[in-house]
Ligand binder design. Structure first.
Ligand SMILES: [Zn+2]
Length: 158
């Protein structure tokens, strides 16, 4: 079955429902496409519909999608986006700085200024996108209550 958004949600057979009574049988039943969800996360869009904005501010994730009302508050990106950002930006900037030094031999003040600005800009660009990718990944893999199982989601204060 494919809904108007092109979202694939095959209905479980009666045999499967008897065999696996704990599997959630809503319209959301079925495999979620990982690559699509992660790609939508990179564009900071809702992983379910791809049109609603995922973030309500720079890094804050909407509790529910403003378009399709998919619950997004189950996300637990935690330190993951920061880790990925440092990993990527560090591995880009360190060799670039060495290369720039060897090729152009710039004044150290110029080198430090250019690479400080470049590093901050790259980190600010990548951080919310990596967060979106992580939320999309968690949604696609039905982690932390995204699968409808609320037993492993403790109550959050504030
Ligand atoms: Zn949505």
């Amino acid at each position: 079955m494919t809904d108007s958004e092109g979202y694939r949600s095959p209905a479980p057979s009666a045999e499967l429902q008897r065999a696996m009574p704990y599997v959630p049988h809503g319209p959301d039943f079925g495999e979620r496409e990982l690559g699509q969800a992660v790609g939508r996360g990179w564009r900071r869009r809702c992983p379910a519909c791809g049109t609603g904005p995922m973030m309500k501010s720079y890094l804050k994730v909407h509790d529910t999608c403003p378009v399709c009302t998919e619950e997004l508050h189950h996300q637990r990106a935690d330190d993951g986006p920061a880790y990925l950002t440092i990993l990527v930006v560090g591995h880009l900037m360190a060799p670039l700085m060495g290369t720039a030094w060897v090729i152009w031999r710039p004044d150290p003040t110029v080198l430090a200024t250019v690479f400080s600005i470049g590093t901050v800009a790259a980190a600010l660009y990548l951080l919310p996108r990596f967060k979106g990718m992580m939320v999309g990944f968690q949604w696609a893999k039905r982690m932390h209550g995204f699968g409808g199982d609320t037993s492993e989601t403790p109550e959050r204060s504030a």
